[in-house]
Design a protein around this ligand. Structure first.
Ligand SMILES: [Zn+2]
Length: 480
């Protein structure tokens, strides 16, 4: 028994050593890492530029232009205005199959302006900030695409490389209109990453969601002199949120319902004739989300009946949960294991600990461990992303890379701070290396590509993808 165990251990170690050697011997991967490394300064500069532009959803004109200019200089051919969005674009190099692509986001979040310091200190009071690290996101992806482009140019890899500039992830979900425009239809495999507080091949689905606006319209009247002549839209709004909050007791733990009151009257002495509330419903599966969505719409109807006002529901947009691809993730995982842990300097660890102190977290520094590939959970926690929609159209491999201290509150000043200094830059370069290595696998290994596609087909089953968006143009001018 012990002997069998020993043989088994030796065999496993032997296979691991061979795998390591294989990675080391892959000159294209080494060249990709080298290509990224030599671009560290220019990629950092580009990322800092986008960080300082701090442009929010659908207004990322300077950020998109900076990425396009860089890509054009590298020899990529640019296609602009995808899906009638001026900041959505594609940068392409090479020709023929396979078409391997990578996505990059670059929008900021309103109200999060912050200097690159480990305590809260806005750069521009009330301004936006990269609280999701999308300045790093776009640049690392373009850096990885550029490393691949150089190898196609040198004749070492065959096919097409594309970088997709995907705007408005934080609001409206720009990728939905890019999918609708068919932008990804001929892509074989898509790569994607996201700045994070840990490093891993991401095999979780996130949550499906829908956004819709509920408006109530009644009759204005003097709030004291003749309130009996009034029918209050804000009464309906209050009844609506009360209904939602009673409903919370009866929803599954995987469901989330949020709302943002946008208008509930202007002054205290008028019975408001108009009220408006942005509502968001999420669940780990699209089907579950849809059920709750319909019920919440009923609550709006009930509230309108009670307040004797009219109501209107307008779909804004919604995203699918991510269709995970574990075969692709396993290929990425091997490259993470080869690259090893991301290293930070003493100063960076001190910076991280100060952030942890300021945000009330244990002062433990960074989480850079490369753990074995996680199980894919049936009901994961977390947020939602429009990458989900792309993942139902083309097999998508996703990376998370450490750009902030462990437990950092996301969408906060702390992420803005890290994204604008060396901690974020390091994570960005690491991500670009891991992504480009994995793309080398995708070009070189036809069997891997077909296994990834087979898994995609199997997981998708008979579902025919349909985006959750209204007809008509994207809401690019809706800056409310
Ligand atoms: Zn994000």
């Amino acid at each position: 028994m012990i002997r069998t165990k020993l043989i088994l251990i030796l065999l496993v170690s032997y296979v691991a050593v061979i795998a390591q050697k294989k990675q080391k011997n892959n000159s294209n991967k080494r060249a990709a890492i080298e290509a990224v490394k030599t671009k560290t300064n220019e990629l950092t500069e580009l990322s800092d530029k986008i960080w300082s532009f701090e442009e929010v959803a659908f207004q990322e004109e300077q950020s998109a232009a900076a990425l396009m200019t860089y890509a054009e200089k590298q020899g990529f051919i640019i296609t602009k205005n995808i899906g009638d969005i001026s900041t959505a674009f594609m940068a392409e190099y090479g020709s023929g199959k396979p078409v391997i692509a990578i996505m990059g986001e670059f929008d900021a979040l309103p109200g999060l302006s912050q200097k690159p310091v480990p305590y809260k200190d806005p750069l521009n009071e009330g301004g936006a900030g990269h609280g999701c690290g999308h300045n790093l996101f776009g640049v690392a992806s373009l850096g990885a695409a550029t490393a691949i482009k150089e190898q196609i140019e040198a004749g070492k890899l065959k096919g097409t490389i594309r970088f997709y500039g995907t705007p408005a992830e934080e609001k409206f979900f720009g990728k939905l209109w890019m999918v609708r425009a068919g932008a990804f239809d001929d892509v074989d495999i898509m790569m994607d990453w996201h700045p994070s507080a840990s490093t891993k091949a991401n095999v979780q689905t996130g949550l499906a969601l829908v956004d819709f606006m509920v408006e109530f319209a009644g009759q204005a009247a003097h709030a004291s002199a003749d309130p009996w002549n009034g029918r209050s839209a804000s009464d309906a709004l209050e009844l609506y949120t009360t209904g939602i909050n009673y409903y919370r007791e009866h929803i599954l733990p995987s469901v989330r319902i949020h709302y943002h009151i946008m208008d509930a009257g202007k002054v205290v002495n008028v019975v408001p004739d108009y009220a408006k509330i942005w509502t968001r419903v999420r669940d780990t599966k699209r089907e579950g989300m849809e059920k709750v969505w319909k019920r919440v719409e009923k609550i709006a109807e009930g509230a309108a009946i009670m307040a004797d006002v009219d109501y209107k529901i307008t779909l804004i947009s919604g995203v699918h949960e991510v269709l995970v691809n574990r075969t692709g993730a396993a290929a990425l995982q091997k490259n993470l294991e080869y690259l090893g842990e991301l290293k930070f300097t003493e100063e960076e660890v001190a910076f991280a600990k100060k952030i942890q102190e300021a945000t009330g977290k244990p002062q433990v520094g960074f989480d850079t461990k490369i753990n074995p590939l996680e199980e894919t959970l049936e009901h994961p926690r977390g947020g939602s992303t429009d990458v989900g929609d792309v993942s139902w159209v083309v097999p998508t491999i996703r990376l998370g890379a450490t750009v902030a201290p462990k437990d950092t509150p996301w969408h906060s000043w702390a992420v803005v701070a890290c994204s604008g200094m060396s901690i974020g830059h390091k994570g960005m370069i690491y991500a670009a290396e891991a992504l480009s290595m994995t793309m080398v696998d995708l070009y070189e290994n036809e069997k891997l590509r077909s296994e990834i596609k087979a898994e995609f087909k199997e997981r998708k089953g008979g579902y025919v993808y349909k985006g959750i968006i209204p007809d008509g143009p994207p809401p690019v001018n809706d800056v409310d």
